[in-house]
Design a protein around this ligand. Sequence first.
Ligand code: FAD
Ligand code: NAD
Ligand code: FES
Length: 283
Amino acid sequence: MYSNKIISRKRLAKSTYEFWIENDMVSTHAKPGQFVVLRVSEKGERIPLTIAEVKGTSFRIVVKAIGKSTYDLCTRSAGDVLADVVGPLGKPSDVKQYGSVLIIGGGVGIAAILPIAKALKEAGNDVTVIIGARTLDELILKDEFSFADKLIMVTDDGSSGYKGTVIDAMKEQVKTQKYDVAWAVGPAIMMKLASNVANEINLPIWVSLNSIMIDGTGMCGGCRTLVKTQEGDEIKYVCVDGPEFDGRYVDWDSFMKRLEQYREQEKLSLENFIKQVGDLSWL
Ligand code: FAD
Ligand code: NAD
Ligand code: FES
């Protein structure tokens, strides 16, 4: 069934919602690391979102409202129907037996690492998970990682677990245990810093790039990103070549600059949306 109907909606933290959406094309074919591109309404922008779980004919996403389109989505309720959903898109995570694996999720990126961590555990790896958020209230899905061999919870303000960022916890953890590969998903700055730490100890690290996307099919060039190869910098399209890349080779400066390029327009767009729909601080 491709109904794209919202089956359920649940508030996980301030401005952060979980949705189950009916679409068996996605639920049947999705693999860890893949994403969908959806539009809330016919006139809406396309939003790339990671598939956090699948069950039967539905799939789960976790969305943080940060701009017009994500605010629009987070105000929708069970029973509403999305204009369209395309997916699963992108290359799946390279799940196999590596040995010892370190997986790091920051903020809403915690939802993205959940299926990857589960699959790596099922593939026979020893899995350490570090999840971190600004405060305990934003530490989402913490009860869903009980399968991990080691779970380290971190909050910036120390309201729960280790006080500090996921990067502080990563630096401590790699001193005590040797890892064969790592994953890190969260804000760009966090993925960049995690990649720097990994680079110092020659640890391959997969990051999932949250670039601006338009069509999600490799045609528009909106998501293009520079990745260093032996032949020099190469242009990659995050939607079809990614979204995961070895963070040690991503050109982080140009990636983060591209993320900022529409900031003024995005701010205006959100302000206009709030004028139309009213105060959204309750979300
Ligand atoms: P825009 O109008 O695009 O504005 C966003 C503005 O918010 C920008 O100015 C930006 O600089 C700023 N901003 C960026 N990060 C933050 C932040 N953390 N807090 C506050 N402001 C910020 N998002 C999810 O919530 N869940 C997911 O599972 C997820 N998966 C993704 C998977 C992929 C492959 C990609 C490419 C992105 C993913 N994202 C995910 C990011 C999501 O697509 C964007 O947040 C969304 O497209 C933003 O659209 P918007 O119109 O709401 O905001
Ligand atoms: P956030 O800003 O609340 O940060 C979450 C955690 O990341 C912090 O608690 C901290 O531990 C770490 N962190 C953040 N900034 C840091 C810094 N400067 N130094 C060290 N550590 C730092 O996160 P958020 O608001 O939930 O945003 C999550 C981001 O994840 C969004 O930008 C979203 O686009 C991205 N995301 C990407 C994907 C993907 O697949 N690419 C999936 C989901 C989310
Ligand atoms: Fe258009 Fe990737 S989003 S090329």
